[in-house]
Design a protein. Structure first.
Length: 331
């Protein structure tokens, strides 16, 4: 969620961490050719996530932010619901209620994200700020549930703080409204991931995602109806950006992610998913002419390094090609 609606990537990261903790790998029995295709699909997933930022930025030229996000998520939920009708039919009322709380938290995250995007002058910087949710997930898990935190996470957090200092310490601590919204979104996504981790094993990823996308869509449409002025008409170009955001950057992205995860190793997925902010910065520079200052580029580079440090055990698993090499690393 963007931080666009990145539930697909966030859910995948959670599943990868769970598999890693259990010492399992999704690569079982897969050939190198299948793994290569899965890796390419994962790269495409992150590319679509990055493009979603630009799609959304264009859509905001003709729609109020909350109305746009409500339509985007509601439409994506309808599409995914068509693919997951059988899984959805197996959900009882209790499962819907359990999935509802993380869905409400996600609605807050996406509300903050789109309000940040609306105000952002440099969306590439915003993408790196939102990526901090990856580092915040285990920290929030420690605070909320007492889960163990690897030493590499604290190292990553220190590196991320150094990156934030480059971004915000300029003659004093200076946060723009967009920066604050992006930070709030990252925190809300970290909270949502921890809540999802407690229920992910009890329902399918497709059903959980569909329910939560629908909740986000309905909540944001309701808030928009009460506080935004809806336009009398919308141009065809804006409709195109909305459809691209919903169908390509949300629904198709999640379906491709599910396909890739049937083969891709958890280590590959965990590392490839860190590419999203890089794609956002690159696409924004090419399409929107969005450039960074040297100070911003240094801050974002340090944040990206922090993301890699947070995935240190997965990186060693790739290098050594086995679970044993990663056991105990970063603790």
């Amino acid at each position: 969620m963007s931080c666009t609606d990145r539930l697909a990537l966030a859910f995948a990261a959670t599943k990868a961490q769970r598999r890693g903790a259990q010492g399992a790998s999704a690569l079982t029995g897969a050939g190198h050719g299948e793994q290569a295709r899965a890796d390419l699909l994962l790269v495409l997933v992150t590319l679509l996530a990055g493009a979603g930022w630009v799609f959304s930025k264009h859509a905001l030229e003709g729609l109020p932010p909350l109305l746009f996000m409500g339509v985007r998520f509601a439409l994506a939920a309808v599409v995914l619901g068509g693919f997951g009708a059988r899984a959805l039919g197996r959900l009882d009322r209790r499962a819907l209620v359990v999935a509802g709380l993380p869905g409400l938290v996600m609605a807050i995250a996406m509300m903050c994200w789109i309000l940040g995007l609306q105000r952002a002058e440099h969306i590439g910087v915003g993408a790196f700020i939102c990526s901090l949710s990856v580092i915040l997930v285990p920290v929030f898990g420690r605070l909320m549930f007492g889960t163990e935190v690897a030493r590499s996470t604290w190292s990553a957090a220190l590196m991320a703080c150094a990156g934030m200092a480059f971004l915000f310490l300029q003659g004093g601590l200076r946060f723009s409204p967009a920066d604050l919204f992006f930070l709030a979104s990252a925190c809300a996504l970290a909270l949502q991931l921890n809540l999802n981790a407690r229920i992910a094993a009890r329902m399918s990823a497709l059903a959980l995602t569909t329910v939560q996308l629908a909740i986000v869509g309905l909540v944001l449409l309701a808030v928009s109806a009460g506080g935004e002025r809806w336009p009398a008409g919308v141009g065809g170009d804006i409709v195109g950006w909305v459809l691209a955001s919903s169908l390509l950057a949300t629904a198709l992205r999640f379906l491709l992610l599910m396909k890739a995860q049937r083969v891709a190793s958890a280590a590959h997925a965990a590392l490839i998913m860190t590419l999203e902010p890089v794609w956002v910065a690159a696409i924004a520079a090419l399409v929107l002419g969005d450039s960074m200052t040297a100070r911003q580029a240094m801050g974002c580079s340090l944040i990206f390094l922090a993301l890699l440090i947070s995935r240190w055990r997965w990186l060693l698993r790739l290098v050594h090609g086995g679970q044993g090499a990663a056991d105990g690393v970063g603790r």
